[in-house]
Design a protein around this ligand. Structure first.
Ligand code: CP3
Length: 357
């Protein structure tokens, strides 16, 4: 990226490239959703998947948190399982979450999956991004964020058939027939590369790769089944047009491995302190995180001081304020506002606290 491109970029993009800033950008994973009354009004009339597939509504819902709180980024409203449905697997959402009623159980099932053309099969996602891009035309300081699930997390849904407690199906395949799992992960990598590049083409200025269930693996299994696919996906993206944020939940023991990928930003959960994360990640990548989503249920003064601690630790360079995982459904709206306001009105830090920044 050229200097002038960075100069004209939104604050969030600058933070991804570790430009020094007067304050860090702030957004929240799952910032659009059930804790917002205006989201509920729409959801009362429309099923979740229909909402994802109706660009006017998906665009509206994506913008709701921006209007109310003024975050520095707008994440398109969708779900990580949208491209999985496009690969040929039926998908349902019930009150508890996603269900894939025909989970993968054989080599034949994997071979039958297609690598979908993102425009043909998920054109509604690109249309949502295009609408968001026009809606944000007068807010060049706000970044448009695209995302995808990473191969491991998507494979776990495809094999388990939904949210899983023990991950028995995917672990059994990993131990019994590793080559079969590699076959599935490769197909998913190809899908995710095409899907994210189409999002970048449609206007996403930053993309986040969600490997929510990556934290259930031992280091050597992560090395074999996760890291190579992160690398494959990231290297397949139009990196000159959009930086990449990598998120893994429960990543405490895995930060070195996450850092071995060429992601621009490492997103950490609250189990690792930002200073510890900075020490492991080093000076060449930005860090995102890591307020415990449960902190948003606390007394305002407690919450505010937690945010201030993070701001001190994170510093003014290569740091993006976010939660350690997605915002929870019953989160009090006024506390989300308190967090965003605290970050936006934080006193500029003249120097970054970590020595090598
Ligand atoms: O961040 C945003 O505001 C954008 C929207 C977004 C959703 N899902 C909307 C959603 C994003 C980025 C996701 C990603 C996603 N989806 C992940 C990765 C992030 C993470 O939390 O680890 C995962 C694992 C999923 C799969 C998924 N979708 C689950 C497990 C569930 C059920 C649990 C839950 O939180 O409801 C969903 C449903 C879902 N995805 C909802 C929303 C707003 C709730 C649907 C509703 O309105 O009923």
């Amino acid at each position: 990226l050229s200097v002038s491109q960075i100069f004209n970029s939104p604050r969030l993009v600058k933070a991804c490239y570790r430009d020094p800033l007067d304050r860090p950008p702030v957004w929240m994973m799952r910032q659009a959703g059930r804790y917002l009354p205006e989201y509920q009004v729409i959801r009362d009339k429309v099923a979740f998947l229909d909402l994802c597939k109706t660009p006017d509504l998906a665009c509206e819902v994506s913008l709701q948190p921006l209007r109310r709180f003024g975050m520095d980024g707008v994440i398109m409203f969708s779900d990580i399982l949208i491209p999985v449905e496009a690969m040929g697997m039926p998908l349902i959402f019930n009150e508890k979450g996603p269900v894939l009623p025909e989970p993968i159980s054989s080599k034949g099932d994997i071979e039958r999956l297609i690598v979908p053309d993102p425009l043909e099969k998920t054109g509604f996602v690109m249309e949502t991004l295009a609408q968001l891009q026009s809606a944000l035309i007068d807010s060049p300081e706000v970044a448009l964020i695209g995302f995808a699930g990473a191969p491991w997390t998507l494979a776990s849904y495809m094999l388990e058939g939904g949210v899983s407690r023990n991950y028995t199906a995917i672990k059994k395949m990993m131990y019994d027939t590793p080559e079969m799992l590699h076959q599935l992960l490769s197909k998913l990598s190809q899908t995710v590369i095409l899907y994210l590049n189409a999002q970048i083409e449609a206007g996403a200025q930053v993309v986040q790769l969600f490997d929510s269930w990556g934290g259930i693996l031992a280091e050597k299994d992560y090395q074999a089944f996760i890291l190579p696919y992160h690398q494959q996906v990231i290297e397949g993206l139009h990196r000159d047009k959009a930086p990449v944020i990598l998120y893994v939940n429960h990543s405490r023991g895995l930060l070195r491995q996450m850092n071995a990928s060429s992601a621009d930003v490492i997103s950490v959960d609250w189990l690792t302190s930002l200073s510890e994360a900075r020490q492991i990640v080093g000076p060449h990548k930005a860090i995102q995180g890591n307020l415990d989503p449960n902190a948003l249920f606390c007394q305002p003064d407690v919450l505010k001081s937690m945010v201030e601690t993070l701001l001190k630790e994170g510093g003014n360079r290569g740091y993006i304020f976010n939660l350690g995982h997605g915002i929870l459904p019953k989160t009090p709206v006024e506390n989300v506002k308190l967090v965003v306001d605290t970050v936006k009105h934080s006193t500029p830090l003249l120097e970054t606290p970590h020595a090598f920044a």
